[in-house]
Design a protein around this ligand. Structure first.
Ligand code: ATP
Ligand code: MG
Length: 419
């Protein structure tokens, strides 16, 4: 847990500063980060919530290779159009390879090997895998990295109606996913709006430091009560698409805010299946091109976005669902035998009750330990100090409210493990 007192000068937004100060990540080189123990624990929890919500709609998890042969992209016609964001290289046999910036071609190729008939549809596959995009301006830490973790999903349906049902299912799963992380997602229409054309929504989290400027209906500020079918159509657009002359929302209900894109759902029909010549046997005995969609979530970007939306001047305030540990246990006086005994007994009991505890037993001053605990933002802090210990008491602080309550060891265990 290599915490820093001051944020390094290169970090200009609060989530980047806090991620470095709390020792979640460390920069390898521009736009490329290594994840340290605390950061990895949160990244893993974010990924787990995403996987659970994907599995809940019947998607199956896979793990595609990060390296792909250029020939797949030559087949779809994107090899030349993708441009300089793609990291390309050759192996010792002079074969052209690339580090995947996305995986539509690869997943379509795999699909073709195993799916031969409409009876095997629909298929919905997702993975959580590292991507490389040589972004022109990597910045804001993990928010716009060159190497970043993405959940990417790909669906294959027999017809357009099926593809729309899948789109709606993924849309709903994304709302749930972001809400479980304590976020309020704003679904923003990103397609052309043409009938029969593509359909696409971006999921944005409101934050002053977001890269997009959004115009949206104020109803979306409390979208939790709104049905998800309505959320696909309530007005929300990015700056480029906003036109005051055609905006359907009355002025007093129109909101303007910056946003961070944390997810993107995209229906694009037969674009890849046709260009790559991937068909299955249809119900009429003639081949059909499956209708596809792809769906992305910025897994590593989410860690930054969650911090951007949940912090105070002292540090991060993790929502419980993604906190690296549930509880931070601080012993103020390592040399005090009774403090040590209380702290160690509690540590053992909490662990046995399956509550994740970070035990700060470093020989640091209490002030340093408390500042570090606030900085790393665990939901609960347990303080063990000599004065209270003499009365058989310990203190419990809730990070989000700052409220401190006195407890005995027993009442504390009941608090965390009410059964
Ligand atoms: P952006 O407009 O931010 O570049 P994109 O449209 O290129 O995003 P997609 O290809 O839809 O992004 O990727 C899916 C998700 O991956 C995005 O919604 C975003 O959350 C995340 N993402 C994209 N690029 C990056 C990046 N450079 N660093 C971190 N996360 C990213
Ligand atoms: Mg991009």
């Amino acid at each position: 847990m290599p915490t820093l007192k001051e944020a390094p000068a290169e970090a200009t937004i609060v989530s980047h500063q806090l991620m470095l100060r709390a020792g979640l990540v460390t920069q390898t080189t521009a736009g490329i980060y290594s994840w340290l123990p605390l950061g990895l624990r949160t990244l893993t929890k974010v990924a787990k919530i995403i996987s659970e919500e994907q599995e809940a709609i019947g998607a199956n998890q896979v793990l595609l290779s990060t390296v792909q042969p250029a020939k797949l992209w030559l087949a779809s016609g994107r090899y030349n159009s993708y441009g300089e964001e793609m990291l390309r290289f050759k192996d010792r046999r002079d074969h052209e390879l690339l580090y995947g910036p996305t995986n539509e071609e690869q997943v379509t190729d795999i699909f073709q090997r195993f799916v031969k008939s409409y009876r095997q549809l629909p298929q919905n596959l997702f993975q959580i895998q590292w991507k490389f995009r040589d972004e022109i301006r990597p910045r804001f830490g993990v928010m716009r990295g060159r190497e970043f973790l993405m959940k990417d999903g790909y669906s294959f349906d027999i017809d357009k109606a099926g593809a729309e049902r899948t789109y709606q299912a993924v849309f709903g799963s994304y709302l749930k996913t972001f809400r479980r992380m304590g976020l309020t997602p704003i679904p923003v229409r990103a397609d052309s709006g043409a009938i029969g054309g593509d359909m696409s929504h971006e999921f944005q989290i409101l934050a002053e430091t977001g890269e997009s400027l959004l115009y949206y209906d104020a109803v979306l500020d409390n979208s939790e009560q709104t049905k998800h079918e309505d959320l696909t159509s309530i007005y929300a657009v990015a700056e480029e698409k906003y036109d005051p002359r055609t905006c359907p929302v009355p002025e007093q209900r129109l909101r303007q805010s910056r946003g961070i894109e944390v997810g993107h759902v995209f229906y694009f029909g037969t674009k890849y299946t046709k260009s790559m010549g991937v068909s299955v046997m249809g119900p009429e005995g003639t081949p059909i091109y499956p209708e596809m969609g792809s769906y992305g979530i910025g897994v590593s970007r989410l860690v930054g976005a969650i911090i951007e939306s949940s912090h105070d001047k002292n540090g991060i305030i993790w929502p419980e669902s993604v906190a690296p540990f549930h509880v931070g246990l601080v012993n103020f006086q390592e040399e005090d035998i009774s403090c040590k005994e209380i702290a160690e007994t509690l540590y053992g009991r909490l662990c046995a009750a399956n509550i994740s505890v970070l035990y700060d037993d470093r020989p640091e001053r209490p002030g340093v330990k408390l500042a570090n605990m606030d900085l790393i933002g665990l939901p609960w802090q347990i303080w063990v100090g000599p004065q209270k210990a003499a009365q058989g008491k310990i203190e419990l602080k809730k990070r989000s409210t700052g409220r401190v309550q006195e407890h005995t060891s027993e009442s504390l265990m009941n608090f965390f493990q009410p059964l």
